[in-house]
Ligand binder design. Structure first.
Ligand code: CAA
Length: 699
C-alpha cells in the first residue's frame, strides 16, 4: 500500500494515517492511499469502523496546489470524499492542526468528526481564486447552514474548532491524545451500533428555506462588487446545494471549479501564494545563523520608529527607544502608546496584553542605552550624514554580536556601512508604513552585509509575522524603484493629456486600492518635493521632468493634510474632489512645455503602467537587485496595493503576453528612449516560449 497513507488496525478500528509532510497535502499518492486503505478496511470483516488522521503537524491542509496545473489523476478528490461517505462502516475523521480546503472536505465526507481543541479548519480556496471542489460547497451548507458555510468560503479564514459556530461540524472536541480519544470515540460508535451518517443525506441545513435563500441573496449582492470571480461562483454553488439534488449540485460545483482553476485570477493567486513563501528563502540563510533576538533598540521615535516599536512589542520583544532629547523621546513613546491604544479600542488587543506590551518598552535620550541590545534598528530622517553619524556612534557602543539595521528606503547602505568597524553587521530592514500593520519587509543586502545579519533580519521578519523579501542596493530598492517608474509614467501621461482623475480611475479599475495621485495626496506631496529638491543638483537635464507637483507644492498644497493637493478636501473631507484649478495648472504647464494634449483610453493608461513596472522589474532582475520575478510581485502586492488577484506586475506581464508587452515597450521607446529602454529579457523569454514564472520555478 502507498507510503503516503499508513494503514494499521487497532482492535476493530482501521486507522488510515496520512503521511505526506509538511502539511499532508492531498497529492495523488495520498488519494490512492486513502482509497486503497478504505477498500482494505471494508474488505476486512474484523474492522468495524475506520479512522482518518494526519501524521505530524496537521490533518491534511488541502489539495496539493502544485497539481492544479495539469489534469488531475484518478482518483480525484471529490471521488475520494464520495467513497468515504458511501462506506458501509462508520468513518471518523480525527482532526488536528489545520484541516483546510480539501482536508476539511475529506472530514466532511466522513460520518463523524472529532477534533483536538487546538485545531482549526476552513475553506480557504477563495484565496487561491477557486472554490472548494471536493464537495465542500454542497456538504458544508448541509451540515452548517448557508451563513457559516458562506462565511468560511468567502472569507477563506480558518475557524477554531472551539468557536461556538464550529459545533455544527464537530461532534466532539478533546484535549490530550487525539488518536486515543478518537479510538475511544470509535469504540463508542461501534458499541452503540451507530450507522454511517452520510453528509449528503442531511437536510437540517435547509430547514428554513426562506432564511437560507435570503442569506444567499445578500451575499450575492455583496460579492458581486468584488473584482474576483470566485466569490460569485461560491455563492451560486451554495444556492445550488439547496435547490438541486446532491449529485447534480456536485456536478454544478465541478463545472464552476474547472472554470475557476483555469482562470487568470487563480493562476495569479496561486503564483503569489508560492512566491511569498519562496521570497522568504534568502540565499544567505544557507550560510548564516540568526542571532537570538530579545532586546531591540530603535533609534528615532517618528512614524516609522514608533510603528516598528509597536510591531516588536506585539511580538513579545523588549524595546528600547532612543531619541535625541527628552521632548522628542516623550513624543515617540506616546506615539507607540497611541498605536497600541488604537488596537485596544478596535478590540484587537486585550487590556492585559496592552499592559504587558508597555511593560517591555523603555526610552532614553542617549545612544549609550543601546549597549546591550541584540538588534538596533535606525529609523531617523533620510539623510546620509545623520545616519552615518548615528552608526559611527553606535559602533563604539554596541557589542560585537549586535546586529545593526537601517530602515532607509532609498539611501546607499554600502555608504552607511563604510563608517562601521564591522560592516558585515549592518543590514537594511525597510519597513512599510504603518509598520505595525504592513506585512512586507525588504531585507536589503549590501556589498559587505554578512549572512548572519541577513539571517537575523529574516528571523525578525518571521517573529513579527512579516514577509521578508531580499533586495540588493540601489536607489529605492525593489519596491520604490518599481513604484517610481509607475509614478513617472503617470506624470508623463498627465502632462501629455490625461487628467490625474482619469489616471486614478483607470488604475482603480485595474484593481489598485488607490490611484497614484490619491496616494500622493495621502502620503503628502511635501516629502517627495523635499527629495526632488535634494536630487535637483545631480539630475540629468536630459531626463523628462514634469513640474506640476512642484507647482502644487509651491502653493502649499501638500495633499489631504492641507486640504488641497491633486484633489480638494473641503472641510477636512477624507475623499477628495477633482479640482479645476489643478487642471488649469496642468494645462498651463503643458503649454510651457509645448505639448499638444491628447486623450488616453483606460486600456492605454493601464498598459503603459504595466509596461513601466514590468520593464523596471526586468532591469532589477538583470542587475541582481531582485532575485526572482516572484520577489518583485510579492513586494508590489504587499507594499504598494497591487491587486493580489493579478499576482504582481511580473505575473500580469506573463498573462498579458510578453510579445505584446515588448511591442508596447518598443512603441513607447520610440517616443522617449531614455525612459523606455526595453530590457533584453523580454526578447529572450518570448523567443524561448518561456515566461517570468519559469524563472521563478528555476530559482
Ligand atoms: N499544496 C501544496 N503545497 C503546500 C500546500 C498545499 N495545499 N500548503 C502548504 N504547502 C507547502 C508550502 O508551499 C510550503 O512549502 P515549502 O516549504 O516548499 O515552501 C510548505 O507546504 C509549508 O507551508 P507554510 O510555509 O505555509 O507553513 P505554515 O506552517 O506557515 O502554514 C498552512 C501551514 C496553514 C497549511 C499554510 O501552508 C496554508 O495555508 N496552506 C494552504 C492551504 C490551502 O489553501 N488549502 C486549500 C488548497 S486548495 C483545495 O484544497 C481545493 C479543493 O477543494 C480540492
Amino acid at each position: 500500500m502507498s507510503d503516503a497513507v499508513i494503514y494499521q488496525v487497532e482492535g476493530d478500528v482501521a486507522v488510515l494515517a496520512v503521511n505526506n509532510p509538511p502539511v499532508n497535502a492531498l497529492s495523488h499518492a495520498v488519494r490512492v492511499g486513502l482509497v486503497e486503505g478504505l477498500d482494505h478496511a471494508l474488505a476486512d470483516d474484523t474492522v468495524r469502523a475506520i479512522m482518518l488522521i494526519g501524521m505530524g503537524r496537521t490533518f491534511p491542509a488541502g489539495a496539493d496546489i502544485r497539481e492544479f496545473v495539469s489534469a488531475p489523476k484518478d482518483p480525484w478528490l471529490p471521488e475520494v470524499c464520495n467513497r468515504l461517505e458511501a462506506a458501509s462502516k462508520p468513518v471518523i475523521a480525527a482532526v488536528h492542526g489545520t484541516a483546510l480546503g480539501g482536508g476539511f472536505e475529506v472530514a466532511l465526507g466522513a460520518h463523524y468528526r472529532i477534533a483536538d481543541d487546538k485545531a482549526a479548519f476552513g475553506l480557504p480556496e477563495v484565496t487561491l481564486g477557486i472554490l472548494p471542489g471536493a464537495g465542500g460547497t454542497q456538504r458544508a451548507p448541509r451540515l452548517g447552514g448557508a451563513e457559516v458555510a458562506l462565511d468560511l468560503m468567502l472569507s477563506g479564514r480558518p475557524m477554531k474548532v472551539t468557536d461556538k459556530r464550529a459545533g455544527v461540524f464537530f461532534d466532539r472536541v478533546v484535549s490530550g491524545d487525539l488518536r486515543q480519544a478518537a479510538l475511544e470515540y470509535a469504540a463508542e460508535i461501534i458499541a452503540d451500533g451507530a450507522n454511517p451518517r452520510p453528509t449528503r443525506d442531511i437536510t437540517d441545513g435547509f430547514r428554513d428555506a426562506a432564511d437560507y435563500q435570503s442569506v444567499v441573496q445578500d451575499k450575492l449582492a455583496e460579492v458581486s462588487r468584488r473584482p474576483e470571480i470566485a466569490p460569485v461562483e461560491i455563492v451560486r454553488c451554495v444556492e445550488a446545494a439547496a435547490l438541486l439534488p446532491f449529485d447534480t449540485g456536485m456536478a454544478f460545483e465541478r463545472a464552476a471549479f474547472d472554470t475557476l482553476v483555469a482562470s487568470d485570477h487563480s493562476d495569479a493567486l496561486r503564483h503569489i501564494f508560492f512566491a511569498e513563501r519562496k521570497a522568504a528563502k534568502l540565499p544567505e540563510l544557507a550560510q548564516g545563523t540568526a542571532r537570538d533576538i530579545d532586546r531591540v533598540g530603535i533609534v528615532g521615535g517618528g512614524t516609522m520608529g514608533a510603528g516598528i516599536a509597536a510591531a516588536c512589542l506585539s511580538a513579545g520583544l523588549r524595546v528600547m527607544l532612543v531619541e535625541r532629547d527628552g521632548t522628542l523621546l516623550d513624543k515617540g513613546l506616546s506615539r507607540i502608546r497611541d498605536i497600541l491604544e488604537r488596537d485596544v479600542r478596535r478590540g484587537r488587543l486585550g487590556i492585559d496584553r496592552f499592559e504587558d506590551h508597555l511593560s517591555r518598552l523603555q526610552g532614553r535620550d542617549d545612544l549609550v542605552a543601546m549597549a546591550d541590545m541584540d538588534l538596533v534598528i535606525e529609523a531617523v530622517i533620510e539623510e546620509m550624514d545623520v545616519k552615518q553619524q548615528i552608526f559611527a556612534q553606535l559602533d563604539g557602543i554596541v557589542g560585537e554580536n549586535t546586529v545593526l539595521a537601517t530602515n532607509t528606503s532609498y539611501l546607499d547602505i554600502n555608504e552607511i556601512a563604510s563608517v562601521l568597524e564591522q560592516p558585515e553587521m549592518l543590514v537594511g530592514l525597510h519597513f512599510f508604513s504603518p509598520a505595525h500593520v504592513m506585512r512586507l519587509l525588504e531585507v536589503v543586502v549590501g556589498e559587505r552585509t554578512g549572512a548572519d545579519a541577513v539571517a537575523t533580519g529574516v528571523a525578525l521578519a518571521k517573529r513579527l509575522g512579516k514577509i521578508p523579501v531580499r533586495s540588493g542596493v540601489c536607489d529605492g530598492f525593489i519596491g520604490n524603484s518599481v513604484f517610481a517608474a509607475y509614478r513617472a509614467v503617470c506624470d508623463f501621461m498627465m502632462e501629455d493629456g490625461a487628467s490625474p482623475y482619469e489616471i486614478d480611475k483607470a488604475m482603480r479599475s485595474f484593481g489598485m486600492a488607490l490611484g497614484p495621485f490619491q496616494v500622493s495626496d495621502l502620503a503628502g506631496l511635501d516629502i517627495a518635493w523635499a527629495r526632488r529638491k535634494r536630487l535637483a543638483p545631480t539630475r540629468d537635464p536630459a531626463d523628462r521632468y514634469v513640474v506640476v507637483a512642484d507647482r502644487l507644492c509651491e502653493r502649499g498644497w501638500f495633499g489631504q493634510k492641507t486640504g488641497r493637493g491633486y484633489y480638494r478636501y473641503p472641510d477636512g473631507a477624507r475623499k477628495g474632489e477633482p479640482d479645476p484649478e489643478v487642471l488649469a495648472i496642468i494645462e498651463a504647464e503643458r503649454a510651457v512645455a509645448g505639448i499638444v494634449p491628447r486623450s488616453f483610453s483606460v486600456k492605454e493608461i493601464q498598459r503603459r503602467v504595466l509596461a513601466a513596472m514590468a520593464n523596471t522589474g526586468a532591469r532589477l532582475l538583470r542587475e541582481g537587485i531582485a532575485t526572482r520575478p516572484g520577489d518583485i510581485d510579492t513586494v508590489l502586492v504587499h507594499g504598494y496595493g497591487y491587486p493580489r488577484w493579478r499576482g504582481g506586475p511580473m505575473k500580469t506581464a506573463d498573462q498579458a503576453g510578453l510579445l505584446a508587452l515588448k511591442a508596447d515597450l518598443e512603441r513607447f521607446a520610440a517616443e522617449y528612449p531614455r525612459f523606455w529602454q526595453v530590457e533584453p529579457v523580454f526578447d529572450a523569454l518570448q523567443r524561448e516560449g518561456r515566461h517570468f514564472s519559469d524563472l521563478d520555478r528555476e530559482s
